[in-house]
Design a protein around this ligand. Structure first.
Ligand code: C5P
Length: 238
């Protein structure tokens, strides 16, 4: 567990999602939840954010929005220059909120169109471009205030100084079964799609050295949320 740069362990009191340090000043709280596809991180992050009373941000939505745009404009996902050209031309906005973040493209809310098999299939190709990763990181670092954020590299590349970091894991077959429960689909096909995404996302998916690992395979969603909340309360964050 990391307790930020200042080492204000212990005497922390929650205040609107902000944390009071021993010196009496309030600092924003960023809680990162990283993990592989279908590890349950977004469901957990949403509930933890709800209990803390702060917005939940899904970093994957920005990668999905970039992929959605490339598909909409029939661009080439493997061509970094072409993808960056599209991102420079179109206005993509991530709007954090207490009920989950939304993505607006040219002012239109496209959030409901981002979790399709087509986007799932192409998103890793878009996400592996360094310029796209910079584009996403820039947007995430602009978000003001306290929030809970999920992704692959939130605790490493994007918010290395986050005060609280978690890494969720679950066996591949458990993740596939969870995903089949979310979208009516064939277990074998889903397992293959997840294995493919694990492989393609591996470069940006290493856990932060100071993250708390939570193996979620045998736990219910509420049990995972309780574990995270217990860990946060153990360092005085709640
Ligand atoms: O988390 P989610 O499944 O919505 O992420 C979709 C895709 O976005 C991932 O498969 C990965 O390719 C990319 N991603 C990433 N880094 C993040 C979050 C998502 O590369 N921090």
């Amino acid at each position: 567990m990391t307790v930020g740069n200042g080492g204000e362990r212990g005497a922390m009191a929650q205040s609107g999602g902000h944390v009071k340090t021993e010196r009496g000043s309030y600092v924003r709280t960023v809680v990162t939840l990283d993990g592989p596809a279908a590890s349950g991180k977004s469901s957990v992050a949403r509930r933890v954010a709800g209990r803390l009373g702060v917005p939940f941000v899904s970093s994957g939505l920005l990668y999905r929005a970039a992929t959605w745009l490339v598909e909409d404009l029939r661009g080439d996902a493997d061509d970094e220059g072409a993808v960056l050209g599209i991102l420079a031309e179109r206005h993509v906005r991530l709007v954090p909120s207490l009920t989950g973040d939304r993505i607006l493209v040219e002012g239109r809310d496209v959030t409901g169109e981002l979790h399709t098999d087509a986007v799932d299939g192409a998103v890793s190709a878009v996400a592996c471009h360094p310029g796209v990763r910079d584009w996403v990181a820039e947007r995430l670092r602009e978000i003001p205030g306290s929030f809970v954020i999920d992704g692959r590299d939130m605790g490493t590349a994007v918010f290395p100084d986050a005060r609280f970091k978690f890494f969720l894991t679950a066996p591949a077959e458990v993740r596939a079964r969870r995903r089949v429960g979310e979208r009516s689909a064939d277990l074998k096909a889903v397992a293959e799609a997840i294995a493919r995404r694990d492989r393609l996302d591996a470069a940006q998916s290493a856990p932060a050295h100071d993250a708390v690992h939570v193996e979620t395979g045998d736990l219910t969603l509420e049990q995972v949320v309780d574990r995270v909340m217990q860990a946060l309360s153990g360092v005085g964050a709640v």
